[in-house]
Design a binder for this molecule. Structure first.
Ligand SMILES: [Zn+2]
Length: 148
């Protein structure tokens, strides 16, 4: 005899991304534009309450227009800086120099911690920023709220 396991019903509610301060949005977009025509990338950190605190613009170790890998040394430096302030890595951002802010198949296949928020900057046809949850081979767009 098996005991039924109760699971919460799947939610149909859209999930909210952490509120994105304008200063962090600007840092992400500025890095995306500065790295054009290559993909830009970096990390986003949050405090213990989940408030986004800063973006670390990092070097794309692949120096590619279609792929990114966070530079390992800079990644480590960002983690050390964040930890010294009691912050945690909350997510990652990267740009699509020739495309929209929708994750590519490559993005979805990349392995990152499941609780990270993925910010994608699309530069074509115009600058846009979207937040995603990438897990189990799927991409789910998060509701993105911005603050001043
Ligand atoms: Zn991408």
């Amino acid at each position: 005899m098996t005991t039924p396991v109760l699971r919460p019903a799947p939610s149909t509610e859209a999930e909210d991304a952490p509120v994105l301060p304008a200063s962090i949005r600007e840092a992400i977009v500025r890095h995306a534009v500065a790295c054009y025509p290559l993909e830009a990338c970096g990390l986003i950190v949050a405090d213990t309450e989940g408030n986004l605190r800063m973006a670390y613009p990092l070097t794309n170790a692949e120096a590619s227009p279609t792929r990114f890998t966070l530079d390992a040394r800079e990644h480590f430096g960002a983690v050390c800086h964040a930890e010294s302030r009691g912050w945690d890595i909350a997510g990652v951002f990267h740009s699509h120099p020739a495309g929209s802010a929708v994750p590519s198949a490559t993005d979805i296949a990349q392995v990152h911690p499941a609780d990270w928020v993925h910010f994608v900057v699309g530069l074509r046809p115009s600058v846009q920023l979207k937040a995603w949850r990438l897990a189990d081979g799927t991409a789910r767009e998060l509701r993105l709220l911005e603050s001043e």
